[in-house]
Design a protein around this ligand. Structure first.
Ligand code: ZN
Length: 188
């Protein structure tokens, strides 16, 4: 086992406007848990910064393992807006998009992503004894493989973004998880 990574530092490129919108995604995440789903929330703003869509995780109530908040949001967004329009839109999310959601965001044309809790921070709060799957692949790494740029800002509001997860992910010590391989160092 490698030693746990250092706690993440907030990204100084996250603006005050971004923080206001991240607060809302964390509230949506709490609502998702209240609705019987996993505590993740996302929203989409247009080129003027107006909120045009919101989505919460619906994995449990929809019996759909792909129903993460961001992928749900991308489904709604791509039905409502063209990729050209979405290039000027920003997706805000309570937690860093997983590899699946990052792929969906890439295909959608959405131009910018801002997240609160990062993958490492989520893994820390989910805990090593949980059997909840985690996919430690930073979204910046996924987007870096694409042939169009997706701007990313985050993490931010780390303490607040942890709150909906505290006590949510029950430990299952009878089924020890397979340790993740050490993640590669990402520059920038
Ligand atoms: Zn996801």
């Amino acid at each position: 086992m490698t030693s746990p990574p250092e706690p993440s530092q907030p990204d100084p490129s996250v603006t005050g406007v971004d923080l206001d919108l991240l607060h809302r995604t964390i509230a949506i995440a709490a609502e998702a848990a209240a609705h019987g789903n996993h505590p993740f929330g996302a929203l989409l703003t247009d080129a003027d910064g107006a909120v045009v869509l919101t989505a919460e995780n619906s994995v449990t109530t929809d019996s759909d393992v792909t129903a993460h908040a961001e992928t749900n949001l991308v489904r709604l967004a791509s039905a409502a807006f063209s990729a050209a329009e979405l290039s000027a839109y920003t997706l805000y999310t309570s937690c860093e998009p997983c590899a699946m959601c990052s792929g969906a965001i890439f295909w959608s044309g959405i131009g910018r992503v801002v997240f609160a809790l990062d993958e490492i921070g989520l893994l820390a709060v989910v805990g090593p004894d949980s059997d909840a799957p985690t996919l430690l692949l930073p979204c910046r790494e996924v987007f870096a493989r694409g042939n169009r740029a997706v701007d990313v800002a985050g993490p931010a509001l780390l303490d607040e973004a942890r709150q909906p997860h505290l006590g949510f992910w029950a430990p299952h010590p009878a089924s020890p998880p397979v340790p993740h391989p050490a993640p590669p160092v990402v520059e920038g």
